[in-house]
Write a protein that binds this ligand. Structure first.
Ligand SMILES: [Zn+2]
Length: 241
């Protein structure tokens, strides 16, 4: 009888893990760009570890003369609306949690190893601040993960970002999160919690969401959720477009 406690403890732990897995799929399927609502991040190989990442209180960050509003996520999925009108994507807390769950990235890959044309870069443009870079390519060309990591957001149900995914990486001990938008419908090959390797195909080039031609809108952000110009990072790691 004196071993009953530990045995019950194991059973209870298994139940908790089961609940986390059971709730992760619907939460992920309802997530839209910019909301990251109730993300359940299941990380680590084999699902042996599960944890939930919750966004902290909303905040506004002033930088270089513009203001980025980070809304406080709610359990209700909602379309992205920002003051700048740029394509969405937040989730600094999820970025940090994902990076904490993975090993340092061992390799890097261009989004398009066979090359691409460039359109808009990071910065102000007529319709608002552009929080990423636009890489043009032909319909259906595979899109590749830039580094090893874990998927922290994925959606195939539209919104301004269309079919998109975001991956958390650890680089130099720092959380670096990549975001890829506008994949073809049905082409997303990963889901929240998927462990990916550098160069892995994560979807196919499309124009879903707010896009006027086939391209991948690519963003980088960190634990603060603030988007930054990805070109210097990509150049530093030899994977600039
Ligand atoms: Zn874009």
């Amino acid at each position: 009888m004196k071993y009953q406690g530990p045995v019950l403890g194991v059973v209870a732990m298994a139940f908790v893990v089961g609940v986390a897995v059971a709730t992760s799929v619907p939460a992920a399927s309802l997530t839209r760009p910019g909301s990251f609502d109730d993300l359940q991040i299941q990380a680590a190989a084999g699902g042996e570890q599960s944890f939930s990442a919750a966004e902290g209180p909303g905040a506004s960050v002033a930088r270089d003369g513009y203001v980025i509003h980070t809304p406080t996520p709610t359990p209700t999925p909602k379309p992205v609306t920002t003051s700048s009108g740029s394509e969405g994507g937040y989730g600094g807390a999820q970025c940090q949690a994902g990076a904490d769950a993975v090993a340092e990235s061992a390799a890097f890959s261009p989004v398009y190893p066979d090359g691409n044309r460039m359109s808009d870069g990071f910065g102000p443009r007529a319709e608002g601040f552009h929080k990423g870079i636009d890489m043009l390519n032909s319909p259906g060309v595979p899109v590749h993960a830039i580094a090893d990591g874990v998927v922290i957001a994925a959606s195939g149900d539209g919104g301004t970002g269309g079919v998109y995914t975001s991956i958390a990486h650890k680089v130099g001990g720092i959380a670096v999160c990549s975001m890829y938008m506008h994949f073809q419908d049905g082409s997303l090959t990963v889901g929240v919690g998927s462990i990916v390797t550098a160069g892995q195909v994560i979807g196919l080039t499309g124009r879903t969401g707010n896009a006027t031609t086939e391209h991948t809108h690519f963003e980088l952000y960190g634990a603060d959720g603030v988007r930054y110009d990805p070109i210097p990072f990509l150049t530093e790691h030899g994977i600039a477009p």
